[in-house]
Design a protein. Structure first.
Length: 131
């Protein structure tokens, strides 16, 4: 969709980003991912993070990651500014979400694939931001 823009807005459950025309909204197989590793319409986000060691996820990313993946830090990329009343990792505002997703190449027609090292708790933050 030419000229389409990402639409992020604050809803009752956090930030929602409207994505149009994506093929998958849940899990994809490794074979499906491998078939799209060079597809510019697909963006892979490595969301590995360790609450006890903020640098660990990025160190793991630098050591090994899905080819072409970008790194999404919970503290830098997937959280908003802390104001003393909004917790350790508050959801970012719509402008910050748009900026981050734009930097990663995520647009309304982008298929986004995300992974982390655990049970999906850090990936779920990225998923919640996408809507």
């Amino acid at each position: 969709m030419a000229g389409a823009t990402l639409q992020a807005e604050r809803g009752c459950c956090g930030i929602r980003v409207k994505l149009d025309h994506v093929a998958h909204s849940t899990l994809v197989s490794t074979a499906t991912l491998a078939a799209h590793v060079d597809d510019p319409a697909w963006v892979v986000v490595d969301c590995r993070y360790d609450l006890n060691d903020e640098s660990r996820g990025e160190e793991q990313y630098r050591a090994s990651h899905v080819p072409g993946a970008v790194y999404g830090s919970l503290s830098r990329d997937l959280s908003g500014q802390i104001d003393g009343r909004n917790g350790r990792h508050p959801l970012p505002g719509a402008d910050a979400v748009n900026a981050t997703f734009g930097r990663w190449g995520i647009g309304p027609d982008t298929q986004v694939i995300a992974y982390d090292q655990d049970n999906g708790c850090f990936v779920s933050r990225r998923g919640r931001m996408l809507g």
